[in-house]
Design a protein around this ligand. Sequence first.
Ligand code: ADP
Ligand code: MG
Length: 306
Amino acid sequence: MRTQSGRIDRPEAAEPPYIHCEDLFKIYKTDDLEVVALRGLDLRVARGEMMAIVGASGSGKSTLLNILAGLDQPSAGRVTVGERDLLTTDEADLVRYRRVEVGFVWQQTGRNLIPYLTAEQNVEVPMILEGRPRGETRERARMLLDQVGLGEKLANKPQEMSGGEQQRTAIAVALANDPPLLLADEPTGELDSTTADEVFAVLRRLNRDLGVTIVIVTHDRQITQRVDRVVAMRDGRTSTELVRHVQFARGTEASIDEFAVVDRSGRLQIPRDYLDQLDIGARARIELAGDHVEVRPERPGDGRRA
Ligand code: ADP
Ligand code: MG
């Protein structure tokens, strides 16, 4: 435990969370099949935080992000962003939410940008749709492209830019209407690791300079170095959390703590490799041992009456 610094980075410490998911469920119903994509997910994100969600394919990451983006409705549970309850908000309000409250970046570079418009025009589009005056849209588009390091590429069309430049343009598009929240679903999934790190660095800078809250879904392990917190998802729930502590006294050095997420009912997930190493099956022994809890595999004969 790391308490000597007195600095607690966990988001539940102070104000109510900006994003709050509690016991969130999403069930996809197809003809004769039900897929439970989220099964009782809990998540809190503080305003101004930059955090990442990692997890195997199929663990529910995109489902969660689509719900937070107002693109999909959860089946049950609770999800609020700011003052809004995304489970009960009506369609008109959701449209408003998607337009001005949240920016979204997709993995597929082609999905983020209009191919026949320049970078500058792409960034202007969301502002024009909001009815903002042309002079203002151009000025803000230039400012945003400058902030993502593309001040020289204003007149380039998507096919005249690299993958990383296209994703940085997409970030500028997502921030056009100055939303307080930016969501990115595997934004670097199609990029090499150097280019990916440039994109993460741009996000980090925007988070710091504009105060925008950022949630990134990624497979990229190097993300741990770029964000405040990494939450891992498994089987439609959050399972573990990595929290980075920056030790100011010793310069820029950071240490990383890993926590298991404990939900409201006291459930937690034991990492898969621990289960395998200890051969823990469907049941385990759990005992209080002074200041900690011990979890052991069931031994032969356990649970049998003498
Ligand atoms: P991830 O982004 O972590 O790979 P997803 O959220 O895309 O995971 O998917 C979670 C689960 O939900 C998967 O089993 C997936 O097949 C299923 N799923 C996702 N979208 C749909 C859909 N529109 N209809 C039916 N099943 C879906
Ligand atoms: Mg996905």
